[in-house]
Design a protein around this ligand. Sequence first.
Ligand code: 6LW
Length: 541
Amino acid sequence: MAIQNPIITGFNPDPCICRKGDDYYIITSSFEWFPGIRIYHSTDMVNWAFKGYALNETRQLDMMGNPDSGGIWAPDITWHDGLFWIVFTNIKVVNAPWKTGYNYLITAEDIDGPWSDPVLLGAGGIDPSLYHADDGRKYLTYRLWGPQHHSNPHNTIVLQEYFHEQKKLAPQWKVIFEGTDLKYTEASHIYFKDGYYYLFTAEGGTRYAHAVTVARSRDIEGPYELHPEWHILSSWDIPRFPLQKAGHGSLICFGEDEWYMVYLTSRPLKRPEMALLTSEVRGYCPLGRETAIAKVEWRDGWPWIQDSHPALSVQAPADRTTVSRQPEKEYLYDFGRGSLGDELQTLRVPFSSQLGSLSARPGHLRLYGNDSLVSTFIQSTVAMRWKHFHFTAETRLSFNPIHFQQSAGLTCYYSTQCWSYCCVTTDYDGQRVLKLMEVDKGEARYWLWDAGIGIPQDVEYIWLKVTVDGLHYSYSYSFDGHKWEILPYQLASWKLSDDYNIGKGFFTGAFVGLHCEDISHQSCFADFDYLHYVPHEPQAS
Ligand code: 6LW
């Protein structure tokens, strides 16, 4: 059996891979979603199981007020000297050229933690990566940020020694690579093999011109010579191929001598009215940037990927060819276990007693009303990423709002600027109703707002469901769990994508989840019985 790409579906960008013996780990960026840094595990490269998070507490990760697509960018993981080492950036301001972020290091003996308190590295840039040299020295490489008038506006890769005893970087960096004409040189990782230091970088920006560029040197400080092909992987010249935006690679040796590179990719949905596939727009990717893998061959002292292109199916390691991919799974969170459930995340702040409770009503997730969905502070939103182009997500909730500033329901969320919300609230007379609204690039659209659908007084539970089918999705409801009504509004899933939100923080993907808000802050709550996510085949239209 071959490895099927993407190996990790749904928003999981900037993969970095490491190995401890026969265990392989990938970590991915989590941006404004808490907990931070997702960890996956495999022993065969075919199946990647979600394992947990590295940043589980606010002492490790404070994202209050972070903008859309801020938070955790491109973490890097290594295993060395009996420890896992992760370096990462917490981005507080996204908009270039006034970006602000902090780079940190954490370590753990076990991949499941506990992870250390973060060490602030004092490095002004993004995509930090740690290299452990054989002589015991350690180096951080990263994409250097310059002020707006910096002579190299597309920045450079710098190397800076790190002294772990003092938990300090050397005072000055050294520029080791200025990239190619593709520009936006970032995501550096250094690997040592047969006398050469190989420098892997991402170039072209994390969209359709994205690529993996390789250079090598005998000396870690350079000079680095470019690979004969410069870019060992890209999808910029295959605009119709399903895997796009290929770039941001991280190398690993499986077993004795089988080499792989994990990288990010996106699967664009084409809208029928899209005539041209340009280098800018090739579709819309509600599943965000996902994680894929490529087989790497070594020739003439250089790494090569077949055709320099991504592939849908990749040769499995020689002794793992009988392993098959686990079938697509459904996710049922019944809130009966005292913890949220591994795929569920919150926005910016952890799930705490301020947001909700799993014990207030047994078998239910109680969410307390907090900020609205446009807030970057305290929201009671518990959500999982869209992992499929076709799925349903269903919940049932019990909720008794006392006025129209209180609401609770189901949301499909990309950012504070782009989401929809099907909720229970009241009308202006205080009668319980069902409403639907959408925020589209910051503009509110009330599909079902002024009137709302009246909810009979004796109904305790209200069932809500979203059905996602490729480019579109719609909500439905039921008052008894049997008879369902579809709300006759077709919403655009393609809008919950980086491609639609360029310039507004555009690095994540679509989520579906539960939300409760109370802009009067009078302390209302909603009890959700479950969240059930079920992938399905495309519906015949
Ligand atoms: C990542 C960097 C990038 O840190 O996107 O455009 C960032 N460049 O490589 C977020 O994924």
